[in-house]
Design a protein around this ligand. Structure first.
Ligand code: ADP
Length: 254
Protein backbone atom coordinates (compact mmCIF):
# COMPACT_ATOMS: atom_id res chain seq x y z
CA UNK A 1 0.00 0.00 0.00
CA UNK A 2 1.54 3.29 -1.09
CA UNK A 3 1.68 6.05 1.51
CA UNK A 4 1.09 9.74 0.94
CA UNK A 5 3.54 10.81 -1.77
CA UNK A 6 4.74 14.36 -1.07
CA UNK A 7 7.25 14.62 -3.93
CA UNK A 8 7.13 12.95 -7.29
CA UNK A 9 9.79 13.25 -9.98
CA UNK A 10 8.84 12.12 -13.47
CA UNK A 11 11.31 11.41 -16.28
CA UNK A 12 13.56 14.26 -15.24
CA UNK A 13 16.29 15.16 -17.71
CA UNK A 14 19.17 17.59 -17.42
CA UNK A 15 22.11 18.06 -19.78
CA UNK A 16 25.20 20.22 -19.49
CA UNK A 17 26.52 20.52 -23.04
CA UNK A 18 27.20 16.93 -24.03
CA UNK A 19 26.94 15.56 -20.48
CA UNK A 20 23.70 13.85 -19.54
CA UNK A 21 23.56 14.61 -15.81
CA UNK A 22 19.98 13.33 -15.37
CA UNK A 23 18.69 10.65 -17.69
CA UNK A 24 14.94 10.23 -17.17
CA UNK A 25 15.01 10.09 -13.38
CA UNK A 26 11.87 8.96 -11.54
CA UNK A 27 11.32 8.97 -7.83
CA UNK A 28 8.62 9.07 -5.21
CA UNK A 29 9.17 10.42 -1.73
CA UNK A 30 6.70 9.47 0.98
CA UNK A 31 5.57 12.07 3.50
CA UNK A 32 7.04 11.71 6.98
CA UNK A 33 9.89 9.44 5.83
CA UNK A 34 13.64 9.86 5.65
CA UNK A 35 15.01 9.13 2.18
CA UNK A 36 18.73 8.83 1.46
CA UNK A 37 20.15 9.57 -1.98
CA UNK A 38 23.44 7.84 -2.75
CA UNK A 39 25.76 7.29 -5.70
CA UNK A 40 29.38 7.73 -6.68
CA UNK A 41 30.78 11.17 -7.47
CA UNK A 42 29.35 12.57 -10.67
CA UNK A 43 26.29 10.31 -10.64
CA UNK A 44 23.86 13.25 -10.64
CA UNK A 45 22.75 13.59 -7.00
CA UNK A 46 23.50 17.32 -6.70
CA UNK A 47 21.99 18.04 -10.10
CA UNK A 48 18.83 16.19 -9.09
CA UNK A 49 18.33 18.19 -5.89
CA UNK A 50 19.22 21.39 -7.75
CA UNK A 51 16.46 20.72 -10.28
CA UNK A 52 13.95 19.65 -7.60
CA UNK A 53 14.56 22.83 -5.59
CA UNK A 54 14.47 25.14 -8.60
CA UNK A 55 18.14 26.08 -8.90
CA UNK A 56 18.39 24.44 -12.34
CA UNK A 57 15.72 24.20 -14.99
CA UNK A 58 15.28 20.68 -16.36
CA UNK A 59 15.46 19.83 -20.08
CA UNK A 60 12.57 17.40 -19.69
CA UNK A 61 10.25 15.83 -17.17
CA UNK A 62 8.30 17.16 -14.21
CA UNK A 63 8.57 17.72 -10.47
CA UNK A 64 5.35 17.51 -8.45
CA UNK A 65 5.24 18.68 -4.83
CA UNK A 66 2.04 17.97 -2.90
CA UNK A 67 0.47 17.17 -6.24
CA UNK A 68 1.34 20.55 -7.72
CA UNK A 69 3.61 20.94 -10.73
CA UNK A 70 6.59 23.00 -9.50
CA UNK A 71 8.81 22.40 -12.53
CA UNK A 72 10.66 25.58 -13.44
CA UNK A 73 9.53 27.58 -10.39
CA UNK A 74 12.17 29.66 -8.59
CA UNK A 75 13.84 28.33 -5.42
CA UNK A 76 12.06 31.07 -3.46
CA UNK A 77 8.61 30.12 -4.76
CA UNK A 78 9.31 26.45 -4.08
CA UNK A 79 10.50 27.09 -0.53
CA UNK A 80 7.33 29.11 0.13
CA UNK A 81 5.32 26.03 -0.79
CA UNK A 82 7.13 24.11 1.97
CA UNK A 83 10.06 22.43 0.18
CA UNK A 84 13.21 23.89 1.70
CA UNK A 85 16.89 23.20 1.23
CA UNK A 86 18.73 24.03 4.42
CA UNK A 87 21.37 26.08 2.67
CA UNK A 88 18.68 28.39 1.24
CA UNK A 89 18.33 29.95 4.66
CA UNK A 90 21.18 32.36 5.38
CA UNK A 91 23.75 30.97 7.81
CA UNK A 92 22.89 31.61 11.47
CA UNK A 93 24.17 34.93 12.81
CA UNK A 94 26.74 33.82 15.37
CA UNK A 95 26.20 36.88 17.59
CA UNK A 96 22.42 36.35 17.83
CA UNK A 97 20.93 33.88 20.29
CA UNK A 98 19.59 30.50 19.23
CA UNK A 99 16.00 31.73 19.67
CA UNK A 100 16.63 34.92 17.69
CA UNK A 101 18.11 32.88 14.88
CA UNK A 102 15.00 30.71 14.66
CA UNK A 103 12.84 33.86 14.67
CA UNK A 104 14.78 35.45 11.80
CA UNK A 105 13.92 32.44 9.62
CA UNK A 106 10.18 33.20 9.80
CA UNK A 107 8.63 35.25 7.01
CA UNK A 108 7.68 38.21 9.15
CA UNK A 109 4.72 40.40 8.14
CA UNK A 110 6.58 43.12 10.05
CA UNK A 111 8.76 43.65 7.01
CA UNK A 112 6.00 45.35 5.06
CA UNK A 113 3.72 46.98 7.59
CA UNK A 114 3.84 50.52 8.83
CA UNK A 115 4.31 50.01 12.55
CA UNK A 116 1.61 52.24 13.97
CA UNK A 117 -1.76 51.75 15.59
CA UNK A 118 -3.54 48.57 14.57
CA UNK A 119 -0.68 47.38 12.42
CA UNK A 120 1.67 47.63 15.34
CA UNK A 121 -0.67 45.68 17.62
CA UNK A 122 -1.06 43.01 14.95
CA UNK A 123 2.68 42.86 14.57
CA UNK A 124 3.19 42.41 18.30
CA UNK A 125 0.66 39.58 18.24
CA UNK A 126 2.60 37.99 15.42
CA UNK A 127 5.85 38.33 17.39
CA UNK A 128 4.30 36.60 20.39
CA UNK A 129 3.00 33.71 18.33
CA UNK A 130 6.29 33.45 16.47
CA UNK A 131 8.27 33.27 19.71
CA UNK A 132 5.99 30.53 21.05
CA UNK A 133 6.33 28.61 17.79
CA UNK A 134 10.13 29.05 17.79
CA UNK A 135 10.32 27.65 21.33
CA UNK A 136 8.19 24.69 20.34
CA UNK A 137 10.43 23.91 17.35
CA UNK A 138 13.58 24.27 19.46
CA UNK A 139 12.08 21.61 21.72
CA UNK A 140 11.55 19.34 18.71
CA UNK A 141 15.25 19.52 17.79
CA UNK A 142 16.39 19.34 21.42
CA UNK A 143 17.87 22.84 21.61
CA UNK A 144 15.27 24.53 23.83
CA UNK A 145 17.64 24.53 26.82
CA UNK A 146 20.11 26.54 24.70
CA UNK A 147 17.60 29.20 23.60
CA UNK A 148 19.46 32.19 25.06
CA UNK A 149 22.98 31.12 24.09
CA UNK A 150 24.81 32.90 21.30
CA UNK A 151 24.70 30.68 18.23
CA UNK A 152 28.46 31.01 17.94
CA UNK A 153 28.76 28.85 21.06
CA UNK A 154 27.00 25.87 19.47
CA UNK A 155 28.89 22.74 18.43
CA UNK A 156 28.92 21.65 14.78
CA UNK A 157 26.18 19.12 15.47
CA UNK A 158 23.98 21.62 17.30
CA UNK A 159 24.45 24.04 14.40
CA UNK A 160 22.97 21.42 12.03
CA UNK A 161 19.99 21.02 14.36
CA UNK A 162 19.58 24.81 14.39
CA UNK A 163 19.54 24.77 10.57
CA UNK A 164 16.73 22.21 10.68
CA UNK A 165 14.81 24.27 13.28
CA UNK A 166 15.09 27.34 11.05
CA UNK A 167 13.85 25.44 8.01
CA UNK A 168 10.79 24.26 9.98
CA UNK A 169 10.19 27.81 11.25
CA UNK A 170 10.24 28.93 7.63
CA UNK A 171 7.39 26.51 6.99
CA UNK A 172 9.24 23.47 5.64
CA UNK A 173 7.16 20.32 5.24
CA UNK A 174 10.01 18.69 3.35
CA UNK A 175 13.70 19.41 3.96
CA UNK A 176 16.54 18.60 1.58
CA UNK A 177 19.89 18.39 3.36
CA UNK A 178 23.34 17.96 1.94
CA UNK A 179 25.51 15.87 4.21
CA UNK A 180 23.92 16.23 7.66
CA UNK A 181 26.68 14.00 9.10
CA UNK A 182 29.66 15.73 7.47
CA UNK A 183 32.28 17.17 9.78
CA UNK A 184 30.88 15.73 13.01
CA UNK A 185 32.10 12.68 14.92
CA UNK A 186 30.25 9.37 14.45
CA UNK A 187 28.43 9.51 17.80
CA UNK A 188 27.18 13.02 17.13
CA UNK A 189 26.24 12.06 13.57
CA UNK A 190 24.08 9.32 15.11
CA UNK A 191 22.32 11.76 17.40
CA UNK A 192 21.61 14.17 14.52
CA UNK A 193 20.16 11.31 12.50
CA UNK A 194 18.14 10.17 15.53
CA UNK A 195 16.58 13.66 15.66
CA UNK A 196 15.85 13.62 11.95
CA UNK A 197 14.12 10.27 12.34
CA UNK A 198 12.10 11.63 15.28
CA UNK A 199 11.04 14.72 13.31
CA UNK A 200 9.89 12.47 10.48
CA UNK A 201 8.04 9.94 12.68
CA UNK A 202 6.50 12.27 15.22
CA UNK A 203 6.14 15.59 13.41
CA UNK A 204 5.58 14.38 9.86
CA UNK A 205 8.51 16.31 8.39
CA UNK A 206 9.87 14.67 5.23
CA UNK A 207 13.63 14.49 4.67
CA UNK A 208 15.69 13.89 1.56
CA UNK A 209 19.38 13.68 2.41
CA UNK A 210 22.54 13.25 0.41
CA UNK A 211 25.24 11.68 2.53
CA UNK A 212 28.53 10.01 1.69
CA UNK A 213 29.01 8.45 5.12
CA UNK A 214 26.42 5.80 4.34
CA UNK A 215 27.45 3.45 7.16
CA UNK A 216 26.73 6.16 9.72
CA UNK A 217 23.26 7.03 8.49
CA UNK A 218 21.73 3.89 6.96
CA UNK A 219 20.09 2.63 10.16
CA UNK A 220 18.08 5.86 10.47
CA UNK A 221 16.66 6.05 6.96
CA UNK A 222 13.47 4.50 5.59
CA UNK A 223 14.32 4.35 1.94
CA UNK A 224 17.36 4.64 -0.30
CA UNK A 225 17.64 5.77 -3.92
CA UNK A 226 20.90 4.88 -5.64
CA UNK A 227 22.08 6.76 -8.73
CA UNK A 228 24.78 6.06 -11.25
CA UNK A 229 25.59 7.96 -14.44
CA UNK A 230 22.46 10.09 -14.25
CA UNK A 231 20.05 7.22 -13.68
CA UNK A 232 18.30 5.70 -10.68
CA UNK A 233 19.75 2.18 -10.56
CA UNK A 234 18.04 0.90 -7.41
CA UNK A 235 15.56 1.95 -4.74
CA UNK A 236 14.01 0.37 -1.69
CA UNK A 237 14.83 -0.52 1.89
CA UNK A 238 18.39 0.42 2.95
CA UNK A 239 19.75 -3.13 3.26
CA UNK A 240 18.29 -4.22 -0.06
CA UNK A 241 19.76 -1.28 -1.94
CA UNK A 242 23.13 -1.23 -0.18
CA UNK A 243 23.67 -4.95 -0.82
CA UNK A 244 22.46 -4.79 -4.40
CA UNK A 245 25.33 -5.99 -6.64
CA UNK A 246 24.52 -3.34 -9.25
CA UNK A 247 24.90 -0.61 -6.61
CA UNK A 248 28.16 -2.08 -5.25
CA UNK A 249 29.47 -2.33 -8.78
CA UNK A 250 28.65 1.33 -9.52
CA UNK A 251 30.93 2.40 -6.65
CA UNK A 252 33.78 0.17 -7.85
CA UNK A 253 33.42 1.48 -11.39
CA UNK A 254 33.33 5.11 -10.18
P1 ADP B 1 27.06 14.14 -7.78
O1 ADP B 1 26.37 15.16 -6.96
O2 ADP B 1 26.42 12.80 -7.74
O3 ADP B 1 28.54 14.06 -7.50
P2 ADP B 1 26.60 15.99 -9.97
O4 ADP B 1 25.13 16.17 -10.06
O5 ADP B 1 27.39 17.04 -9.30
O6 ADP B 1 26.94 14.57 -9.32
O7 ADP B 1 27.19 15.83 -11.42
C1 ADP B 1 26.59 15.02 -12.44
C2 ADP B 1 27.28 15.29 -13.76
O8 ADP B 1 26.92 16.59 -14.22
C3 ADP B 1 28.80 15.29 -13.67
O9 ADP B 1 29.31 14.75 -14.88
C4 ADP B 1 29.14 16.75 -13.55
O10 ADP B 1 30.43 17.01 -14.05
C5 ADP B 1 28.06 17.41 -14.39
N1 ADP B 1 27.71 18.77 -13.88
C6 ADP B 1 27.09 19.05 -12.72
N2 ADP B 1 26.87 20.37 -12.61
C7 ADP B 1 27.38 20.94 -13.73
C8 ADP B 1 27.46 22.29 -14.22
N3 ADP B 1 26.97 23.32 -13.53
N4 ADP B 1 28.05 22.48 -15.42
C9 ADP B 1 28.53 21.44 -16.15
N5 ADP B 1 28.48 20.17 -15.75
C10 ADP B 1 27.92 19.90 -14.56
Amino acid sequence: MAGDIILRVEDLEKRFGGIVALDKVNLEIERGKVTLLIGPNGSGKTTLVNVISGFYKPDGGRVLFKGRDITGMSPHEISKLGLVRTFQIPKPFTNLTVLENVLTAADSPGENVYLAGLARRLWLGFEKRAAARAFEILGWVGLDHMWDRRSGELSGGQMKLLEIARAIMKGAEMIIMDEPAAGVNPRLAGSIMERIKYLAREKGITFLIIEHRIGLVKEYVDRVYAMSMGKVIASGKPDEVLNNPVVLESYLGG
